[in-house]
Ligand binder design. Structure first.
Ligand code: DGL
Length: 294
């Protein structure tokens, strides 16, 4: 998909209706070399929240691939090609300090298809099964992730290894991705349908014994409060974004800007639906928005 033609806005509160060309000059400025964060929607904001605590001076260019949302119900091959294509396009226009695939589904799709860019400065978010096994006191663990993640080769292999030391229940919780989008858009959400889905995987007794939950999708930490009611005995909530944010913060060198707060820009890949995300992105300090024409 060409990204030469984009719509742009200077503020999330006023959306563009004129065509303009994406201007990457500001982002190419060495003062503002951004960290590129990619996700299908608002999931990557959970990583942004972690990163801003460790590196508040960093500029962020967020690619929200809303045109292809959700990734989790698409084939891993499709997602891998799509993400590769987006990254190639974005990286021809900006010179990022780091690129983070803030999406477990996309990271795993790249791994499954041997497309991981093994160059310095690339970071993937994946469900840390080993960390969960170490953290769990009773070896009863739930892995919440998208359908694509649960079905992936990478997860089957890592699950097989981890299951020699713990009982792990993988739960494809695709519905939670949408609920997370609704929640951040300020709409009412209920996890009632999700609790029915859990009942298909676990007996009540098993659910109440779970002491560790892996948040295997970056959308899920947005729903942490609701999830805690479903797993009342869980004391460890494993969110891989924390560790990845630490790795990014310790690997980048930032030129502290004297020009005020670093810019945060969000690029949407499709115009329809972006209004729902304005609220979420503006709450996270994203003042400018660009949208590709598809
Ligand atoms: N946030 C993405 C993840 O971490 C998935 C969302 C989707 O299904 O598009 O897996």
């Amino acid at each position: 998909m060409p990204i030469q033609k984009v719509l742009c806005a200077t503020a999330l509160t006023s959306w563009p209706n004129d065509n303009a060309v994406f201007d990457s000059r500001q982002l190419l400025d060495s003062t503002y070399r951004p960290v590129v964060v990619l996700d299908s929607g608002v999931g990557g904001l959970t990583l942004v929240r972690q990163l801003e605590q460790l590196a508040p001076e960093v500029s962020i260019l967020y690619v929200a691939d809303n045109g292809w949302f959700p990734y989790g119900s698409k084939s891993v091959a499709t997602v891998a090609c799509r993400v590769q294509q987006l990254l190639d396009q974005v990286c021809t226009r900006v010179d990022p300090l780091a690129v983070v695939i803030a999406c477990n589904t996309a990271s795993i799709a790249l791994i499954d298809h041997g497309r991981v860019p093994f160059t310095k400065g690339y970071f993937l978010v994946t469900p840390p099964l080993e960390e969960a096994v170490r953290a769990s006191a009773n070896g009863k663990i739930a892995l919440l992730a998208t359908l694509g993640t649960i079905k992936s080769k990478h997860i089957s292999t890592t699950l097989a290894k981890a299951r020699t030391r713990a009982q792990i229940w993988p739960i494809a919780a695709q519905r939670l991705v949408e609920l997370s989008e609704y929640k951040l858009a300020g709409q009412p959400t209920s996890l009632a349908c999700f609790s029915e889905l859990i009942d298909r995987h676990l007996t009540t007794g098993q659910r109440l014994e779970i002491d560790t939950v892996i948040l295997g999708c970056t959308h899920f930490p947005h729903l942490l409060g609701d999830l805690k009611t479903l797993f009342p005995s869980a004391i460890k909530w494993i969110d891989p974004a924390k560790e990845v944010a630490l790795q990014i913060a310790s690997s980048i060198k930032i030129n502290i800007s004297t020009l005020g707060p670093p810019p945060r820009t969000v690029i949407f890949t499709s115009m329809p639906g972006t209004r729902n995300s304005q609220h979420a992105f503006s709450n996270y300090g994203f003042h400018a928005a660009y949208s590709f024409l598809t």
